[in-house]
Design a protein around this ligand. Structure first.
Ligand code: NAD
Length: 704
């Protein structure tokens, strides 16, 4: 229940916003705040007013759940609250602690004074939702900080500690403690002096003559537009935000009008729709079916990692970064030493880039306890296995873990392809076994697929989901199947990419088409990075296990030449020594020509549109099968996997959000067109029943 508490500090009314979890400005809260401001204004015992937030923060801003819904524009809206504060007959001062974001910061900008704790984080993150600050932020912040600093905050959307914003008129004081006390003192001072300073009346600080025509200001704006176009292609919000800030050089009310107009225009864009979807998808993913929010979690203080190879070291770093001790166990001394050296080298590289101090590197390394003895894992609360991908090796390790791990310890496997239930069955405690599928490099990639075995307990799932948050991963639950959610879908995306080359496209064209469309990296560059041998090994298994599924054998020929990608200096592209730049290779062109000749294929022109649609619809159709089988809990989880783990553009919202934008009927129709192409993989393109049902109703994946 939203509340605003009022107490009197001698002659200052202290209003506390209390609307967990983030003191958001939902409709009810807006009404209550206006009432509290009015009551304080009318109270003869009150000379000044301070507004603060309950709990750990000032305010997270607007209630985004209202965006696009009637409550958002229901009266009173946030602008009304700001107007009541700004025109109050008594000085209103914001006392800021914790975080002060979006509408929270815009509210404080409409107050007559602002006091912040030095560590408070302030920001206007609206562009991350494809929007811009719509309650005066683009007009008042430049008046407080100047154009350049305001653009930094508004266009990046990144929060900044108050201590870095001491200059300018944003804060009257930045204090180390007791922001409310300092704010009360300021309110009294202002009342005494009869002052109610309003940012709307100030000129923008660093426009030399404060007018539109200032050449320096126009040059700055031009440079920022150019940079935003480069850095955030296809994100109209960033450019509109700059347009709105540009208007702050002129008349305040006209600027407000433009901001409002642009805000609502952005609210209707597919980009904003997709980005807001992604925001909610991330939150939804934390809810696990059958695991109530009050499920007790097990304490995790000591983590064990088995295997110090590519994955083990990176996995360990996540926990070291979070300040947890990690026992790292290897089978062989030299592998252990190599693993430790890699962890250290990674930290030292961060230190060189200024992200860590030398002392922090040593602190983290000191938390790492290397060992060759499984007994060292005896007191761990969680043990993550990252040994070779071989069921017999996993059996040995899990039998050993079952023998040494304490009762109640969580036993996790980082397997990418093996059956988690089979692994759990190697122990006498299958309820304690879970998959934690990290992505490479494990210390960098955001995604963590949490694999729920048939018997994994609710407590274990709740614990791992909580832990994922503390190591800053985006966790998504997947059921047990080959490849789980992400790689299972990716296999079909890759299959399509290979077919497209077989039919006439070049790897470069496929990569460029998908990158232009928004993917961070095209499938061939990605395969060269991950290692083409990984896909080769999987295909060899498929040829035996699933002879009915069609694969192009082109990639096999590439691998037969030892072209495994970056690590061998050659793959779908060639790489000059030490460089990661993918260069076209005439040898690959010749290989492709020869292959087409051998299978009797005459190359045809393939359009970029076909490339994108076949690759992305391949993800969509497999996703529909994953939903049908209950492997994913919900459509938005699948989107989250692709956004957090596969470089899918956030402004497209994920493969299923994109499919929804095309419409399920049209998606199914397009798949049938693909099925009808000569030589097509018709079985694969039959719309999955889940999609076919949606198409029959014209409904979307994301509708309830
Ligand atoms: P890797 O070969 O780089 O490392 C495996 C390490 O395990 C080696 O250092 C080896 O000495 C050690 N090891 C083997 N048997 C052991 C035992 N009995 N006890 C202790 N240590 C033992 O392999 P990797 O790429 O790190 O993969 C590890 C696991 O992670 C696999 O299950 C793999 O499928 C999975 N995975 C890998 C990736 C990736 O991109 N490499 C991504 C996700 C998941």
């Amino acid at each position: 229940m939203p509340k605003v508490h009022t107490r009197l500090d001698v002659d200052v009314a202290v209003l506390t916003l209390d609307n967990p979890p983030v003191n958001g400005f939902g409709l009810e809260q807006r009404r209550l705040l206006i009432e509290a401001l009015d009551a304080a204004a009318a109270d003869p015992a009150v000379r000044g007013i301070v507004v603060t937030g309950a709990g750990a923060l000032f305010s997270g801003g607007a209630d985004i759940r209202e965006f696009g819904k009637p409550e958002m524009i229901a009266s009173p809206h946030l602008l009304d609250v700001l107007q009541v504060a700004e025109s109050s007959p008594k000085p209103v001062v914001a006392a800021i602690h914790g975080t002060c974001m979006g509408g929270g910061l815009e509210f404080s900008l409409a107050c007559h004074g602002r006091v912040a704790l030095a560590g408070a984080l302030v920001g206007l993150p609206e562009v991350k939702l494809g929007l811009l600050p719509g309650s005066g932020g683009t007009q008042r912040l430049p008046r407080a900080l100047g154009l350049a600093r305001a653009l930094d905050l508004i266009v990046s959307g990144e929060p900044v500690p108050a201590a870095q914003l001491r200059e300018g008129a944003l804060f009257d004081a930045v204090v180390e403690q007791d922001a409310v006390g300092a704010a009360c003192a300021l309110a009294r001072q202002l009342a005494q002096a009869g002052l109610r300073p309003r940012l709307r009346e100030r000129p923008v600080l660093d426009a030399p003559d404060g007018s539109d025509g200032s050449a320096a200001a126009q040059e700055l704006l031009g440079a920022r537009r150019e940079a935003a176009r480069r850095q955030y292609p296809r994100q109209p919000a960033r450019l509109h935000a700059i347009d709105a800030v540009a208007a702050s050089l002129g008349d305040f009310d006209a600027g407000m009008e433009l901001e409002r107009w642009l805000f609502f225009a952005l609210l209707a864009t597919p980009e904003s729709h997709a980005m807001r979807h992604a925001f909610f998808a991330e939150r939804a993913a934390a809810h696990v079916r059958g695991v109530p929010a009050d499920t007790p979690v097990r304490p995790v203080r000591l983590v064990g990692v088995v295997g110090a190879g590519t994955m083990g070291g990176g996995i360990a770093m996540n926990f070291l970064n979070a300040g947890l001790e990690v026992v790292l166990v290897e089978a062989r001394q030299e592998a252990l030493e190599r693993g430790l050296a890699t962890v250290r080298a990674n930290y030292e590289a961060s230190a060189r880039r200024g992200r860590l101090s030398a002392e922090q590197v040593e602190q983290r390394m000191a938390l790492l306890r290397p060992s060759l003895d499984f007994e060292a894992l005896a007191s761990c609360d969680l043990i993550i296995e990252a040994v070779f991908e071989d069921l017999q090796v996993k059996r040995q390790v899990f039998e050993r873990l079952d023998a040494v791990a304490r009762e109640g310890a969580i036993l996790a496997s980082n397997t990418s392809t093996l059956d988690l239930d089979a692994i759990a069955a190697f122990t006498r405690r299958p309820a304690d076994v879970v998959g934690m599928h990290f992505f490479s490099p494990a210390n960098v990639m955001k995604l963590l697929e949490v694999v729920r075995g048939r018997q994994t307990s609710a407590q274990v799932l709740a614990t791992v989901m909580r832990l994922a948050r503390s190591i800053r991963k985006t966790a998504v639950v997947s059921g047990v199947c080959d490849g789980f959610i992400g790689n299972r879908m990716l296999e079909h995306y890759g299959r399509m990419a290979h077919f497209l080359v077989e039919e006439g496209a070049s790897p470069q064209q496929v990569d460029r088409a998908l990158e232009d469309w928004g993917m961070a990296m095209g499938p061939f560059r990605m395969s060269d990075l991950a290692g083409n041998d990984i896909g080769w090994a999987i295909r060899k298994r498929r040829y035996a296990d699933k002879p009915q599924v069609r694969y192009s054998r082109l990639a096999d020929r590439l691998c037969e030449l030892g072209r495994f990608g970056q690590k061998t200096g050659a793959g779908w592209y060639r790489y000059e020594s030490g460089s990661r730049e993918a260069l076209p290779d005439p040898e690959v062109d010749a290989l492709i020509r020869q292959y087409r000749h051998d299978i009797g294929r005459v190359a045809r022109a393939v359009s970029d549109r076909e490339i994108v649609e076949r690759c992305i619809y391949a993800l969509v159709n497999e996703a529909a099968r994953i939903l049908e089988e209950g492997i994913a809990q919900r459509a938005s989880d699948i989107d989250m996997v692709y956004l957090a783990g596969y470089g899918f553009p956030v402004w497209r919202g994920g493969p299923l959000m994109w499919a929804d934008m095309q419409g399920s009927y049209m998606a199914a129709r397009r798949m049938r067109e693909f099925a009808a192409q000569p030589g097509a993989d018709a079985d694969f393109w039959e719309p999955a029943p889940w999609l076919a049902r949606l198409a029959a109703r014209g409904a979307g994946f994301h509708e309830a």
